[in-house]
Design a protein around this ligand. Structure first.
Ligand code: RAT
Ligand code: ZN
Length: 415
């Protein structure tokens, strides 16, 4: 039994530090996808989170930046964000945490040296190094069958790597217009331009085939703040008649990432998306009216976090996950994780990395683990003050659930 605050803090920190994580949402790819798997210092520095920050200082036209090659973009970002200003934003600090953990000398003029470090590595050995250093057991990819490059790999050269699980991402189907049905028709699915039974059946066949081909652990979509359900829209009809039935058939969750305003500034490309407050009623309606479907939900607006926790208290078919994108900052992770632990106890997935560059696994998990351990310590301390006995085994059990087992139990659960 744990007897003192000091021992409690040490134990919680050790357990959270050592647990092997299942990262439930990333943009990483298994090695067979080749160049789709990004890694190395120039990818780290040109992460779109940093591009957005660099443009706070850059005064060149947007096109001029996009015409530069990766190394030149990285030089420019480094100059603006690391040399001319202190890089304490979370995205900048992340780059430094990675370089530091790799044993590199952290300095203002270090970029050429960092490049040399990566030159002599192979991706296969580097994946092992990063997974090991980040304490990550497995990651879930974001797999888009509408992406031509990715699609080719799935159809022709996919090789399973157990560390990389697939998630079928269907943004183009749910957020595009009727054109996407033409695309399905060109691939041989029997769909019409109208949303009728024949079209639904064709879309269901498309989804089923891809769930099977990918062995997808869930189906996912990112949604705008205006997302509503039920509503008279192509998206809502496809969700009801195609997505939810196929998810039920394969007993996989439908993951909804709600609250992204796409291309608020189109000139910034991938860095140009923003955030808006969303309607929790849609989530509640889906959970209540489709009790045999499982929903994983993360929301982008800070303002939606409390009501999302409350919704999860009402519906066991709802799993709340991660501090997504603009929320993946220490102060917000602390606040949101605290609120989730207070409202939902152990029954959440507090974090995912959203890593787009392999190396980011190191910093995203390093930073998040520290905050999760800090919040957990406070919660166990409050418990201890009531006289409740706490053992290291209890802490290990809880932390394993938070960092992986809750997700896998939800995936396997039948409703
Ligand atoms: O966090 C990000 O990198 C965003 O660009 C998005 O990819 C987001 O996470 C998403 O999955 O849509
Ligand atoms: Zn993402």
């Amino acid at each position: 039994m744990i007897k003192s605050d000091v021992m409690l803090r040490k134990t919680v920190e050790k357990v959270v530090d050592e647990v092997k994580v299942t990262d439930v949402h990333t943009h990483l790819y298994a090695p067979c996808f080749g160049d789709l798997l990004l890694w190395g210092v120039d990818e780290l520095v040109t992460y779109h989170y940093l591009i957005a920050e660099a443009f706070r200082w850059l005064d060149i036209p947007y096109e001029e930046f996009w015409e530069l090659d990766k190394e030149a973009q990285s030089d420019l970002i480094w100059q603006k964000l690391f040399t001319e200003n202190s890089p304490y934003s979370e995205a900048c600090r992340g780059v430094l945490t990675v370089l530091n953990r790799l044993g590199l000398d952290i300095k203002k003029d270090g970029l050429p040296e960092y490049r040399d470090f990566f030159k002599n590595r192979t991706i296969h050995e580097y994946i092992d190094i990063v997974f090991d250093m980040a304490g990550v057991k497995e990651v879930v990819m974001t797999n888009d069958p509408f992406d031509d490059v990715e699609r080719e790999v799935w159809l022709k050269s996919y090789e399973k790597d157990e560390r990389f699980k697939a998630a079928l991402r269907i943004d183009p189907l749910l957020n595009g217009g009727i054109d996407i049905l033409h695309q399905l028709r060109s691939w041989g699915y029997d769909v019409e331009d109208q949303l009728n039974e024949k079209t639904y059946s064709g879309v269901r066949r498309f989804l089923s085939e891809w769930v099977e081909r990918m062995d997808a652990v869930y189906m996912a979509v990112s949604l705008p703040p205006t997302f509503d359900f039920p509503e008279d829209s192509m998206r809502a009809k496809l969700i009801e008649n195609c997505v939810l039935p196929v998810c039920r058939e394969y007993n996989i969750p439908f993951a909804m990432m709600i609250g992204v305003k796409k291309l608020t500034n189109p000139d910034l490309k991938l860095a140009g998306d923003s955030v808006g407050k969303s309607n929790i009623d849609a989530v509640e309606y889906l959970c209540a009216n489709f009790p045999h479907n499982k929903f994983m939900v993360t929301m982008l607006a800070k303002e939606n976090q409390h009501e999302l926790c409350v919704a999860a208290r009402k519906f066991r078919n709802l799993l709340v996950f991660g501090c997504w994108w603009f929320l993946n900052n220490p102060s917000l992770i602390d606040e949101i994780t605290r609120m989730r632990f207070e409202l939902l106890g152990v029954s959440v997935v507090p974090q995912h990395s959203d890593a787009r560059v392999l190396d980011q696994l190191i910093y995203k998990w390093d930073h998040s683990r520290k905050i999760i351990a800090h919040v957990l310590y406070d919660k166990y301390k409050d418990l201890m003050d009531t006289g409740w006995p706490i053992t290291e085994e209890d802490i290990v059990r809880d932390v394993e659930k938070l960092m992986g087992a809750n997700f896998w139990e939800f995936i396997e659960k039948e409703l």
